[in-house]
Design a protein around this ligand. Structure first.
Ligand code: SAM
Length: 288
């Protein structure tokens, strides 16, 4: 049994260390043991695995991860949690804790030091305020993780999983589905946390693709096309693409749309990844 899921234990730790939950760092700790089991199961973690955990908090998930995985490296931004973690999870010989901000630390150096021989799985109960920047950092910078198993706000998970022509579908859906195969591990009620947040959560497994699902002439142009399309999502593609980040003239936008066989009157939210790829390849042809 993982004692750290007990609210009484958490309160005792808070009293002894004078620790206060920080809203700024999105601190909502898991108090439901079943959620921990589901995360480890959903991530398919075995002793063969290395894990990078973001935000161990007081170490509740860290404990479970250390028991299941061969190696765990946990990065925590809140330095007041360091003495707590040393008490709660410091006995695990396969654990290394790093104090720092995952968005600012030298990730390349971290990987060279700790994951030289094995691509880790990223596992995290992510603070809501940095969910998207953290996911996109790992994907866009091609940081070599095999999976991202992440607890995130339900609404963000719905956007990641969304299909074309639905209201949740947008640039985030296209980007995450381009880099990974996302699936739901479990839904988690807000009552599974202390303190309870104002939102429910979903645990997603994002399995990083070994190769791109579409053929692209230029990945940057692909993402700019997506950005332009959804930047003005109520407008037709012709209007959305004219004068956007790509700087297309109306004629160039028309030409690219004609080349791709996509109607200029459609909206970006109706296009799947394949169609965005075709369109962006045509844009590359048009802008030379
Ligand atoms: N893993 C614990 C759990 O599941 O109960 C805590 C999860 S809590 C939602 C998020 C944790 O991430 C907190 O401990 C917070 O201090 C830490 N955190 C927030 N921003 C961070 C960042 N940029 N880099 C590293 N850790 C961060």
């Amino acid at each position: 049994m993982n004692k750290l899921t007990s609210p009484r234990t958490i309160r005792d730790i808070m009293d002894r260390y004078g620790f206060k939950f920080s809203k700024r760092y999105g601190q909502n700790f898991i108090i439901d043991e079943h959620v921990l089991d589901k995360i480890v199961e959903g991530a398919h973690i075995t002793k063969e695995d290395a894990v990078l955990e973001i935000g161990p908090g007081i170490g509740v998930m860290t404990n479970t991860l250390c028991e299941a995985a061969g190696q765990v490296v946990s990065v925590e931004i809140d330095k007041t949690l360091m003495p707590v973690l040393s008490e709660t999870v410091g006995h695990h010989e396969n654990l290394h804790i790093i104090e720092g901000d995952i968005l600012k630390i030298d990730i390349k150096d971290l990987f060279e030091r700790h994951f030289k021989t094995k691509r880790p799985k990223l596992v995290a109960n992510l603070p809501y305020y940095v969910t998207t920047p953290i996911i996109m950092k790992f994907l866009e910078e091609h940081i070599p993780v095999t999976d991202l198993v992440i607890m995130i706000q339900k609404e963000v998970a719905d956007r990641i999983l969304a299909s074309p022509s639905t209201s949740d579908y947008g640039a985030l859906s296209v980007a995450v589905q381009y880099f990974t195969e996302p699936s739901i591990v479990t839904r988690v009620s807000r009552d599974s946390f202390m303190p309870a947040p104002n939102v429910d959560s979903t645990v997603l497994r994002l399995k990083v693709r070994d190769k791109s699902p579409v053929k692209l002439a230029d990945e940057t142009v692909f993402f700019m096309t997506v950005k332009d399309g959804f930047g003005k999502r109520r407008k037709t593609l012709l209007n959305a693409l004219t004068g956007g980040f790509l700087g297309l003239t109306r004629d160039q936008a028309n030409e690219a749309l004609a080349c791709s066989g996509i109607s200029p009157q459609l909206r970006a939210e109706t296009l799947g990844i394949e169609e965005f790829a075709t369109l962006s390849n045509c844009i590359v042809d048009v802008i030379g």
